[in-house]
Structure formats: C-alpha cells, structure tokens
Design a protein around this ligand. Structure first.
Ligand SMILES: [Zn+2]
Length: 231
C-alpha cells in the first residue's frame, strides 16, 4: 500500500510539472504572438542608396559599386524585419534608379521619388543604407547620421551607433547631417554608412555575404530596441 501511495504521489507531481510546463509554453507562444502582432503596426522604410546609372562610390580594389552593396544589405534587413513582424517598404528592390524617364536632373528626380515613397508610407522609421569613401584609406567603420528635423531621430541615431560600435568593436560618434533623404519627410530618419570602401579591411569585409548579413542583423536588433527596448 505504501508503495502505491509513493507512486501515486510521484504521478501527481509529474502531472503537475507537465501542466505547469504546458501553461508556461502557451504563455510564451501567446507573448510572442502578441509582440509579433504589435510589430505589424510599425512601418519601416528601407532605402538602398543610389542604383542604376548612379552607382555611388566604388570599392578601391575590386571596383564593386556601392549601390550593389546597399541593395544587398537592405534586402537582408527587409527580410529580417518582415520575419519579425514589421511592415517593411523598400524604396527600390532592383539595381535601378528611381528617376522619371527623360528627367533632365536624374539625381533630383530620383530623390523626389524616394521622398514620395517615404511620405506615402507614413513610416515610424526610415533607414537609408550607404557605403562611405574617403581620400585617406585609414578611415574606417560604420557611421550613423540623422537630421534634427524630426524629434526622435537623434535619440534613435544614438542607439543605432552604440549597437554598431559594440558589435563591430569601434568607437564612432553619430552625427547630424543635411542629406536630402533625412530631411525630405517629417518621419524619424537615419542614414547608415556601413563602412568605407576606401579602407582595405572595410572593403574586404563589405564584399562578403557574411559581413553584410552581420550588419543587417545588428541594424534589425537596433530597430527592436528603439521600439520595444529589446536587446
Ligand atoms: Zn552613398
């Protein structure tokens, strides 16, 4: 009889553990679904800089165009954020310029189209992806730029720069800038120069898929951080 009671107690304990575990799992799933659903309410515009005839800066060794790297990083970032539940809009998803056919000032026409897309999307955040170039090849690293035209841009720039500094083991300072894409809308906007194509180490990194994926992952985590405080 005693053995029976011991077994019965063990059985009850096991059932309790199973029920608690199941309830915890349901809780975690519901929490994740709730976070996912709330992210659907956030709209992020990702703007791969340049494109088409405008290749941007060119890498020193391999002559790869900035526009190509921008598009690659932007697409991974878009996929990552979509999977997390954000609504994502890309200003371009192919190697094309956004200027009107026959436009006399192609650069202006291209930028006006980007402005149109940004304003029509009413985004919570605009992230423009670029690569840098400098006469001195020793300058390297990822830089975040913002405009003081929108209230939260500086606060967001600080977070993005801190995350890039920590993950890439660098110490860059985010900066105010007057780039058209940062000033063309009332929505928080950042321009990220992922690295210097004039620096041999940055260049060789930026030419690899793994480094581009790493950058997209860091930026996506910063997006979560600014909206949800998630690390
Ligand atoms: Zn650029």
């Amino acid at each position: 009889m005693r053995v029976f009671f011991v077994r019965a107690k063990t059985l009850v304990a096991l059932v309790l553990v199973a029920v608690i575990t199941a309830l915890a799992c349901v809780g975690i799933v519901r929490y994740k679904q709730a976070v996912q659903a709330s992210k659907n309410g956030y709209v992020i515009v990702i703007d791969p800089g340049h494109g088409g005839a405008d290749g941007g800066v060119v890498s020193s060794q391999k002559k790869v165009k900035e526009s190509e790297i921008n598009l690659y990083v932007s697409k991974i970032l878009a996929n990552t954020l979509s999977r997390k539940g954000y609504t994502v809009k890309l200003t371009r998803s192919a190697d094309i310029g956004l200027y009107e056919v026959g436009a006399t000032n192609k650069k202006l026409s291209d930028m006006q189209k980007r402005k149109e897309i940004i304003n029509a999307s009413k985004p919570d955040l605009v992230i423009s992806i670029h690569q840098n170039h400098f006469p001195s090849s020793s300058v390297h690293g990822a830089h975040v730029f913002y405009s003081d035209k929108q209230e939260r841009s500086e606060q967001y720039a600080k977070i993005f720069q801190q995350d890039l500094n920590a993950e890439l083991e660098q110490s860059k300072q985010y900066k105010k800038a007057d780039y058209y894409v940062l000033q063309c809308s009332p929505y928080p906007s950042l321009l990220i120069e992922c690295g210097f194509l004039s620096n041999p180490t940055d260049e060789s990194n930026l030419l690899t898929a793994s480094y581009r994926e790493k950058l997209a992952k860091i930026i996506a985590k910063s997006v979560d951080k600014v909206f949800f405080g998630e690390a």
